[in-house]
Design a protein around this ligand. Structure first.
Ligand SMILES: NC(=O)c1ccc[n+]([C@@H]2O[C@H](COP(=O)([O-])OP(=O)(O)OC[C@H]3O[C@@H](n4cnc5c(N)ncnc54)[C@H](OP(=O)(O)O)[C@@H]3O)[C@@H](O)[C@H]2O)c1
Length: 344
């Protein structure tokens, strides 16, 4: 029997990707859709300005969008995927968890809370055990799991692969697609023929979330990795796919060949949405590129290339599809991990 799931913020850029991934999913069945009061009460087909690259599933298009409040979601829904703006998520997500729903959320609120697991399943799936602490402390029957920011998720898997060489300092500069800002995020007059060297709060997310993801969990609490991370974030006029330039200093020598092999052989998982391999390493110096490589592994693979030595240790480029691996797919994968670990 498929698990009945709901999507909070179902009409937005990430919400639409969630529907695209969940509709054919063998383990999940879409049973509830919510959005703002502008959309509530309308058929999904009318409420959503559908813009993903496949038609709206017939049955989903006919569903009525509900208000984003626990009473509006049927009790037999077990898992909620949240793609709400973080200011809204901060208010309503805890209420859903208190009402007994298990939540896999994209929104940035609570990502750094000490009792909230921030998860990339292939990297730190063991942090899911923190949910026991969360339930004890908050008295929830439900639970809250977060996936990281889309630009964090792009480079952290490559760092996890290099961790055996001792991560000391990391610099990362991003070239982020417009879909990362949501449909109303960046106007065409701002971004065409342009690049914007500022994305509010983004640099802080890369610097802090990466240390949490790479940290340890002793069964009671998390400890952050002590790697220093400095980020610089830029918006560019690509549609999907965040490209990042990374410099990594390690305590032990790490040749270009060892780095490529560590990334290429970093293990994936046997979950429905996990790609194989997790990290696709290019030999060509001009790859990965957003338009050519963002759909590798159904949009769930990380790709890396241009690995070389530099004054600041190793240097390389990496890429991930920001609304799939960086958002909707990341949440779905966390849902699969919750299911495998008996939380549903
Ligand atoms: N885009 C990305 O690549 C990406 C990556 C990682 C994480 N995220 C995070 O995912 C979340 C969603 O991003 P997005 O790009 O999908 O945003 P978006 O396109 O602006 O969509 C926002 C969604 O939230 C709903 N909403 C807005 N205000 C609401 C309210 N007061 N109450 C209930 N629902 C409300 C909207 O419904 P209406 O249509 O009714 O307004 C819509 O469904 C954000 O927290 C974002 O930071 C995005």
């Amino acid at each position: 029997m498929a698990v009945r799931v709901g999507v909070l913020g179902a009409t937005g850029a990430v919400g639409q990707r969630l529907i695209q991934l969940l509709d054919p999913h063998p383990e999940f069945e879409i049973a509830a859709l919510t959005a703002s009061s502008n959309s509530a009460g309308k058929p999904y087909r009318k409420a959503a300005k559908w813009r993903v690259d496949s038609p709206i599933p017939e049955d989903v298009g006919a569903m009525t969008v509900k208000a984003t409040e626990p009473d509006a979601v049927p009790d037999d829904v077990d898992l909620l995927f949240s793609s709400l703006p973080s200011s809204v998520g901060a208010k309503v997500e805890p209420a859903f968890c208190e009402a007994g729903y298990v939540m896999s959320s994209n929104s940035s609120n609570s990502r750094m809370d000490e009792d909230v697991p921030l998860i990339i399943p292939e990297i730190n799936g063991d942090h899911l055990g923190l949910l026991e602490v969360q339930r004890d402390e908050r008295g929830w029957d439900g639970a809250m799991v977060k996936n990281p920011n889309c630009s964090t998720i792009t480079f952290v898997p490559t760092l996890a692969a290099l961790a055996e060489f001792g991560l000391e300092r990391v610099h990362v500069s991003t070239l982020q697609a417009v879909s990362g800002a949501g449909y109303d995020g960046v106007s065409s007059m701002e971004i065409i023929d342009n690049a914007i060297p500022y994305i509010g709060s983004e640099e802080d997310k890369l610097e802090t979330e990466s240390r949490k993801l790479l940290g340890g969990f002793d069964g009671a609490e998390l400890s952050e990795h002590d790697v220093d991370v400095a980020a610089s974030c830029n918006r560019i006029p690509t549609l999907d796919g965040h490209l990042e330039n990374v410099w990594v200093e390690t305590s032990e020598d790490c040749s270009v060949e060892h780095a490529a092999e560590a990334m290429r052989s970093y293990p994936s998982l046997d979950l429905h949405s996990s790609p194989e391999p997790l990290i696709h390493v290019f030999e060509e110096p001009d790859r990965p590129q957003p338009r050519l490589d963002r759909t590798l592994g159904n949009g769930m693979a990380i790709s890396a290339g241009g690995i070389r030595e530099s004054t600041f240790g190793l240097q390389y480029n990496c890429l991930a599809h920001n609304t799939v691996r960086g958002a909707a797919g990341a949440s779905v994968l966390n849902g699969e991990l919750l299911l495998e670990n008996g939380y549903l």
